[in-house]
Design a protein around this ligand. Structure first.
Ligand SMILES: Cc1cc2nc3c(=O)[nH]c(=O)nc-3n(C[C@H](O)[C@H](O)[C@H](O)COP(=O)(O)O)c2cc1C
Length: 173
């Protein structure tokens, strides 16, 4: 198996600077999610576009989280999380969870229920995935979390919230 973290650790500096990479990535439209957790490390949640499916067997998502963010200690300590895909009605919620708003204020802006592992699940998400973190590896500034999906909840919102060129957009889905 290729050990990506090891390759990154042993190779020299990238020929592309971070700013150019970020500028290029800003043009790639992505679905917006709120990743939430609760447990011994406390409750936390953040807006995330770095989420994608890995495989359906076992059902696995990956989530990238900045190791310097305020939410990181809780995310890494709890070992369980929910990925809540946002809809067109959730732009304000994304701004709250994607900024420096205190955690209690973030959560009081929406309604939540608690999943089997006690993680907050957004009541009106487009779809929510309840997950356990099976594997994590560090690449530079971020941890890549491989999350096995234990349950899904499909909501009724029919338009997704996307983020592209640093602006919000909605698309029917
Ligand atoms: C649209 C959007 C997408 C984001 N995607 C990610 C992501 O995939 N991973 C990540 O670590 N942070 C991401 N962020 C930043 C976090 O949401 C943000 O760092 C965090 O909520 C605030 O930092 P704090 O946790 O240190 O308070 C994103 C922010 C926005 C607005």
């Amino acid at each position: 198996m290729i050990d990506i973290a090891k390759i990154y650790a042993t190779e020299g500096r990238s020929p592309l600077d971070a700013l150019s990479y970020r500028e290029a990535m800003s043009r790639v439209g992505s679905a917006v999610n709120i990743v939430t957790t609760d447990g011994p490390g406390g409750r936390a949640g953040f807006a995330a576009t770095a989420v994608c499916s890995v495989t359906d067997n076992p059902p696995t998502l990956l989530v990238c989280v900045n190791t310097k963010s305020s939410v990181y200690p809780a995310i890494s300590a709890n070992g369980a999380l929910a990925v809540n895909a946002l809809g067109s009605v959730h732009e304000r919620l994304s701004r709250l969870f994607g900024g420096k708003t205190p955690s209690d204020e973030r959560f009081s802006a929406a309604r939540w229920r608690y999943g089997k592992r006690g993680v907050p699940i957004l009541e009106d998400a487009v779809v929510s995935f309840e997950c356990v973190v099976k594997h994590a590896t560090t690449i530079g500034t971020h941890d890549v979390l491989f999350c096995e999906v234990e349950g899904v909840e499909i909501g009724e919102i029919e338009s997704a919230l996307l983020y592209c060129s640093r602006k919000y957009h909605t698309v029917p889905c």
